[in-house]
Write a new protein. Sequence first.
Length: 842
Amino acid sequence: MAVLKATRGLPPGTICELGSEALVVGRNPKLCDLVLEHFAVSREHARIELVDEARYVQDLGSRNGVLVNGKVIKPGPDGRQRLYSGDRIEIAAFEFIFTEDPSTEDLVVMSDDTEIPSILSTLDCSSDSSHSDSPVVQPDKLQTLVGIIEHLSRELDLNRVLPKVISSLFRAFPQTQTGCVLLQDETGALAPMAAQVSRGTQTPAAICSKIADEVVRMRSAILASGTNSDSTPSAEFTADDALRHSVISAPLLNGDDKVSGVLQLETAAETDQFTYSDLELLCAVARHLAVVIENSRLHDLALREQRFEFEARFRKLIEDSIQGILIHRMFKPLFVNEAWAALHGYSTSEVLAMESILPLIAPHERERAKQFAEARLRGDGVPPRYEAQDLRRDGTTVWVEKFISVIEWDGQPAVQTSLIDLSQRKEAEEALREAHDEMERRVRERTAELATANRQLHAEILERRQAEEELGESESLYHSLVDHIPLCVARMDSVGKFTFVNNALCKLFRLQAHDIIGRTAYDLFGTEAAALHRALDAKVTDTGELSELYETVRLPSGLEFDVHTIRTPIYDSEEDVIGTQLLFWDITAQKKTEQERNRYAEELERSNRDLEQFAYSVSHDLQAPLRTISSYCQLLQRRYAGRFDSEADEFLASSVEGARRMKRLLDDLLTYSRVTTDKHPFEETDCNMVLAEVRNNLELQLRETATELTSDKLPVMLCNRTQMMQLFQNLVGNAIAYRSDRPPKIHIGVRECESEWEFCVKDNGVGVEERQFERIFLVFQRLFAEHERPGSGVGLSICRRIVERHQGRIWIKSELGKGSEFYFTISKRPVQGQIANPSGSP
């Protein structure tokens, strides 16, 4: 999360978040996201935007310019400058520090300066409470909860998952000003681990620690309301603000119902305070988050133990190596083993105390050693292996073979040198040169053979010893891991006897390990089930391939549950199969949930078919009597108009107009019911041609209302051409019908996504209140009476049905008086006849 932190002009510490959208800075509140009230600030002064994962600042042609680190940047797009963490931005009398990743300490601070705000409600979050895990919440907040759970299911890194959870909660509760995750340290004190503050909030924002402490003490979630005096008062802080402080806080309970931390949101919003349903949603998020925190802790512990064991084994291997090993940086020793130090007549501590190991290199070799070292730093080619002479402590030289490589040590390049003592070989070579040629050849060959055999034998002994140690460690690690995982694990030998079971299996079967080990499937299950298991075991051992099975397990004790089982072969050191390993888990609840979901889906599909058929029948069957009524009403109006009093003429006119409105309603309802029954196949369609037809159809309306209709270059895509024309025509017609006093301007934009096209129909009309966003897509729902705005209230419902038939979504963004933006998506590969999930904003 990138932020701007105020250091001058605004209250020190004020934070302005930088999201994916561009941030406009200036004096005009209607045009700018960050408003700076100062005569030297232009109406639109600067823009900060995200381009290819980098932030840039641009001067929008201001009078007094923009400074970055004291230097004026050039106005316009050509002068935009990239921002780096710590850059200082000056705009008139204001100064900000750009930060890519602000620390939690910069955002929030624990405060206990006030009394506990009034506790309005509490909610027991422990595992034995009767509280439902599925709180009744609004669909958008429920969608946020699902998104949070998806994040939690994919992540174990708390540094990544905690900010995502906080950010998602800010979207679910837009009134939130401060949110954080507090975790207990080793002393049990709460400390912020992740936090977020709303744009414009002075930082570090104060977190009500007394509420958090009360949540820990009660092990229950709390909804509280009180004063805002935990925060440092600012110039804008008033007594009215102090009465609007609202807090929801939930405990993070692990599997033992022990509190590991607190999830807390706070706001001082004027009207939109937190509710009990908000507390229920926060409690549900806290339960899932606590599981992830506990899993992350166990994961980190296992990694640390594994890394410690690996480093210990590696260090022991190096220190015990018969080869001399030295690591240095420009000849300053960083590590040395016993073999290297002993070869030169020193102890390891004496070598590490030296400023340079150049004195331990023979004088005539030192210049070459320095040249090689400098060449390695430049990246030039240097022999990785060569023979040289080193100098012992007693002044004698020793022939060695050096193996050189560049490694990383403490984050910086270093040189690793491995030595082999060549003294004996050199002495043998000298002695052999003095002997007879034939004897020299035979002795040399024999010596070489013996040396090779000795090295191979020594290497084999070391490898076998190391393999035995690693096998013991691996077996111990295996038992330790499988005894603490929630999955059931069992191992069987070639005759089907259990040789190992973990704690999760014993708990599921309600048996002890000694009741299972040594027995076979025939002892635990019925004959038919046991025979199936043995057949699967035989298949795995014969083919060496894993086997997967969904089955219902029935034990003699009466226990019955559904499981998902995976069988894999077990190999010995000779790669021969010696048994099978079972990995399975209880899916009873999952299977029951899937059955319920399928049943509800079938009922919903049947209900939708019945409703569509009913709508079609009603709209179709009423056409004939309606035509009769309309015809007779029009006939009466033509023949008898003026023969009665004015009230009778008014009655006749109302009857004719009512019949006309009824016919339009029935026509729209019939169109609505035919959307999903349209048999026309999906085909490659040029949306530019479709829009051209819409222009022709609406030409009279466009000309009479002086409407300006523009568009981006639209794609060619797979769709129902007729329905796509209806979709565009309904949205454009709707924009014309709900125009303001200004000349209508309508623009159709499009953006290509990975698997769909996203369209936007934008107008400058009267706009829609946010609370009407869902209602306008329902059948026969109108925002105005028909004499105020024409229409039947079915047009947007038809749009929604068409979009859903193309596996898309439709939603609106709007403000009263500022126009509307209708967004909809069309799948790049829609399946004809298949309706997508109900629409909703992403």
